[in-house]
Write a protein that binds this ligand. Structure first.
Ligand code: ADP
Ligand code: MG
Length: 377
């Protein structure tokens, strides 16, 4: 059950849709091109990477080798380099099918990285170490690419929480090494993702950074209403063996505003029941068990906003609109349209609000929206 609505990565039966982005990633990988995944916090970027790895294992296991590396724990340059070298070693072992002989044969390819072959109970392991201050990452990536090209396979390196490199001393030099490799590799695709949107944007859209214009941007937004209804109907049937009423699913989708983190948090509780919940049970679980469990966090978030931003946010919680500069909305807010404009821009750039597919401005966090509606009404 827990696996149907994970709080961590979703993949397999827990994963809903994103078919076009999964296909786009596979196309990039097959063509050794590069991408960066742009999307807000907890929208499902890492899950998309995990699911794409499952897709690769299922449909391209002999031709593509992918590895997902989280860089969040890279508190300094050395740790970042070590994590990347580990990923390179792991994928090399897989490409060479854990053959001791084949791994021994390629040690020369990695000669700049003090390569060692360690025999463990789980099979032969390739160990790479930082031999010198510079170029370890570039050397490792180029050596891996050489192995892949010789074997006629594609490599996909998924670097997640990549904004971390912009946060640590000399992290940008690692970005520069990756760029150096990325421009020379023939069989490797680099896919970057991260959870702090504006930092990641600087890494790929700022012309002073090494990776500027090197990667195709892949946007991920909320899963559509239609896709979520289909997915939840399917997992309800899987779990309870019955077709759940559409209005109940619609209520879940409505309350959580299709935010995948909250859909999973709410459904994780609802699916503990012996049978499908009623509409009233959906609403009460949402308010009692999800929204009210985190009041202090919402208050902390709101206390960091200016008065005008708070006014705009509260009014958008009560009535989402696609015309925040209309006289009607300005009247509700009781502040000038220029102040509204400024606040909207700040709220968007800090991910407090977003423009939905229908053009409406809504709060990014449906629990904060619910909290504001309850406290204002
Ligand atoms: N496509 C999806 N289908 C179902 N649940 C998802 C999907 N994408 C993300 N989730 C859920 O949403 C939450 C956040 O996902 P995560 O991949 O960690 O987001 P991000 O990396 O963007 O911060 C998790 O609870 C995860 O299980
Ligand atoms: Mg993530």
């Amino acid at each position: 059950m827990a696996t149907l609505f994970p709080q961590g990565y979703a993949d397999g039966p827990a994963f809903c849709n994103r078919t076009s982005q999964r296909a786009e990633l596979i196309t990039l990988i097959k063509n050794s091109r590069h991408g960066w995944i742009q999307g807000r916090r907890r929208i499902g970027k890492s899950s998309l990477l995990r699911q794409t790895i499952l897709d690769i294992e299922k449909h391209h296991s002999k031709s593509i080798y992918a590895v997902h590396t989280e860089l969040l724990s890279a508190y300094d340059r050395n740790v970042a380099v070590r994590l990347i070298l580990q990923a390179v070693a792991e994928v090399t072992e897989r490409v060479l099918a854990y053959s001791e002989k084949a791994l021994k044969n390629i040690l020369g390819t990695f000669s700049a990285l003090k390569p060692e072959l360690v025999i463990t109970a789980a099979g032969p392991k390739l160990k790479l170490s930082i031999d010198k201050e510079q170029n370890s990452v570039k050397d490792a990536l180029l050596a891996l690419d050489q192995v892949a090209t010789e074997k006629k396979v594609n490599i996909a390196l998924f670097f997640d929480e990549f904004q971390q490199l912009g946060e640590i001393d000399h992290g940008v030099s690692v970005e520069a090494e990756i760029r150096g490799a990325l421009q020379l590799t023939k069989s490797t695709s680099f896919i970057f993702s991260g959870s702090i949107r504006h930092l990641l944007e600087q890494q790929f859209a700022d012309d002073s950074r090494p990776l500027y214009k090197q990667c195709q941007r892949i946007d991920i937004r909320r899963i559509t209403r239609k896709d979520y209804i289909k997915h939840l109907t399917k997992v309800a049937k899987l779990h309870w063996g019955v077709i759940i009423e559409k209005t109940i699913i619609e209520e879940i989708v409505q309350q959580t505003d299709r935010h995948p983190y909250y859909v999973n948090a709410l459904c994780g509780l609802l699916w503990l029941r012996d049978g499908p919940p009623s509409k009233e049970e959906v609403i009460s679980t949402w308010h009692k068990d999800i929204v009210s469990s985190d009041y202090s966090a919402y208050q902390r978030t709101l206390s960091k906003l200016s008065t005008n931003q708070n006014i705009v946010l509260s009014n958008l919680a009560l009535s989402p609109t696609n015309q925040p500069l209309s006289s009607d909305f300005a009247q509700k807010c009781g502040i000038s349209t220029s102040s509204i404009k400024q606040s909207v821009e700040k709220l968007i750039s800090h991910d407090h609000i977003y423009r939905d597919g229908d053009g409406c401005l809504r709060l990014f966090d449906p629990a904060v929206a619910a909290y504001l509606r309850v406290s204002l009404q």
